[in-house]
Write a protein that binds this ligand. Structure first.
Ligand SMILES: NC(=O)c1ccc[n+]([C@@H]2O[C@H](COP(=O)([O-])OP(=O)(O)OC[C@H]3O[C@@H](n4cnc5c(N)ncnc54)[C@H](O)[C@@H]3O)[C@@H](O)[C@H]2O)c1
Length: 244
């Protein structure tokens, strides 16, 4: 399908890191961008820089997501990049911490998808790109619940691809490795310098990635050039997931 009008993207978690870079790449590609995030100051700053619209919502709150998103749209592209991580061995974590990790990393993806997908299906066009993690394919020492949530995002994305392909909607997931963002810096401050060394040496390129390197993959998957790609998990991880 060739889209004649300017496409509109919703970037959830676009106030920082990978989401902010994805919003910027999409805007540079001529897409109208709406960012939704809990972080008002970061969201407003990014939106102003790239000429996007900013909405604030807690993405874990189903009613708030529906109400907020209904003020804009319809959306042709959905990028889910909101996330939180925590470095701790599973036996030292609490059910309250599991609930937060699962809510932000998995339930938020269900919430935005439930709000946006019906109109994509009706209009027979959509691009969904979710940001999971190599942890969701490989597991994570010190991030078991995060990895479980990200594994859920991968399976969910593929399921949506199966349900929506015949309605012109593609759904793909990127699985970043260690990317230099505030989220990674917070995890390193909890896990210490050894964690940073372990993360970089787990990549074949022996370095952290940049948010722009993940955003380039997201922008490609959102583009018309990726129209025949769906249900895929694309590692952007310096080869960390090689062979997985
Ligand atoms: N940085 C990495 O090394 C790395 C690796 C693998 C996967 N990821 C994933 O990439 C995505 C982006 O992470 P990042 O590294 O850019 O982190 P980041 O902290 O820079 O950005 C995450 C954004 O999510 C927003 N957010 C968090 N909870 C929210 C909520 N309840 N409602 C609305 N917004 C909320 C934050 O305000 C922030 O703007 C996440 O899903 C993360 O799990 C990151």
């Amino acid at each position: 399908m060739t889209v004649q009008t300017k496409r509109h993207a919703l970037v959830a978690g676009g106030a920082s890191g990978i989401g902010a870079a994805a919003a910027s790449h999409l805007a540079a590609d001529g897409v109208a961008v709406t960012i939704v995030d809990l972080d008002q100051s970061g969201g407003r700053r990014v939106a102003e820089e790239i000429g996007a619209c900013f909405l604030t919502a807690d993405l874990t709150n189903y009613a708030a997501v529906r109400e907020t998103i209904a003020t804009r749209g319809p959306f042709d592209i959905l990028v889910n990049s909101a996330g939180v991580d925590q470095h701790a061995f599973f036996t030292r974590t609490s059910p309250q911490e599991w609930a937060k990790l699962i809510a932000v990393n998995l339930i938020a993806v269900l919430n935005t998808t439930h709000a946006v997908l019906p109109s994509m299906q009706e209009r027979r066009y959509g691009r969904i790109i979710n940001v999971a993690s190599e942890a969701g394919r490989l597991g994570s020492r010190g991030g078991a619940v995060y990895a479980a949530a990200k594994g859920g995002v991968i399976a969910f994305t593929r399921s949506i691809a199966r349900e929506s392909g015949a309605m012109g909607v593609t759904a793909n997931v990127v699985t970043p490795g260690p990317i230099d963002t505030p989220l990674l810096r917070r995890a390193v401050s909890e896990g210490g310098d050894k964690l940073m060394g372990a993360m970089t040496s787990a990549t074949l390129l022996d370095r952290l990635g940049s948010p722009d390197e993940v955003a380039a993959a997201i922008a490609f998957l959102a583009s018309e050039r990726a129209g025949y790609i769906t249900g895929e998990a694309l590692g952007v991880s310096g080869g960390m997931g090689c062979g997985a």
